[in-house]
Design a protein around this ligand. Sequence first.
Ligand code: SAH
Length: 361
Amino acid sequence: MDAEVPQPTGSLADSFRRLIRNTGPISLTHFMGESNTRYYADKDPLGRGQDGGGDFITAPEISQMFGELIGLWMADVWIRSGREEYVHYVELGPGRGTLAKDALRAARKYGLEPRIHFVETSQALKDIQLTTVPGAIWHNDLSTVPQDGPILLIANEFMDALPIRQLVRSGGSWRERKVGLQDDEFVFVAGAQPMDSAVPADMRDAPEGAILETCPGAAAVMYEIAGRLVDQGGVALIVDYGHDAMRLGSTLQAVRSHQKVEPFATPGKADLTAHVDFATLAKVAISRDARHLGTVAQGDWLRALGIETRAQNLAARAPQYADEIAAACDRLIADDQMGQLFKAMGFASPNWPDAVGFTED
Ligand code: SAH
């Protein structure tokens, strides 16, 4: 698209309206998928807020410690796996490339110098990644990532942006929760078709209005990752916010300029996300014989990797930033900040060793 030509505002909302008027309500999956594709296509949403701008901030943008510890985590398990030289670093949705830059710098000190593969669909973010990590190779999805060596895969705040599907209990049966129109406003409507068989037996009798959320895209990506771990060797680390058991309720949310906004208010202009259902993703991976190393709270995981010592060392070397470093560390690990809501979930090839942070010791 020519960058000089301004997009007519509200164009995605208008095309949704036209589509709904012509064909009836659309699935939430469709609404969220199109909205996020448009949202990420031509902007960098990451920023600190107020003076720093942006819509939201992520762990690697809060502190270099996050990416560095992930790099050390990878280097450690890679060394204990036998240090195979030809290995692929794969990152899904690398944002500004900050995590990769920090992780690869830390890993290089231990001899780990992998080929670098980014799965990214946003042109705006690709442009930034190109300067942050010049040696990377880009892919639109996992299918083109080489299959000829072990993978060290990381996805931070990637799964939460993939489109979800919701079912709602309505009129005594479960139906797809769709997006329709009331006058010109988007509203949730229940689909006409009962689909109780899509709901686990122990949830079928939930009360009227109950919502069951799934993320078919995340399950598909997990399935692919797990198959590659088994075939190629390696480890995968999924870090995101969410819950570790399937449960009822909608977690759909929209964020713009660091504020929660109404999910239907500005399609394509706010980041739509939902909680990641870690338990279901683990089941998918295990069904393909990948090894689930564990799912732990981000705070516990980073503590096990030594973030507090790392923060103290950094502060000792740069006392003028000591308060900033302590605040960043707290933001990443404190229970009332990212420490509990965010989780780290690890997987390994059956032939690869355990990894730090997921074992008892
Ligand atoms: N991991 C980064 C960025 C998180 S934002 C960080 O922690 O800072 C989500 C990222 O996923 C962005 O890079 C976005 O462009 C990318 N993304 C979202 N949906 C995608 C999709 N379907 N395929 C590939 N990348 C996608």
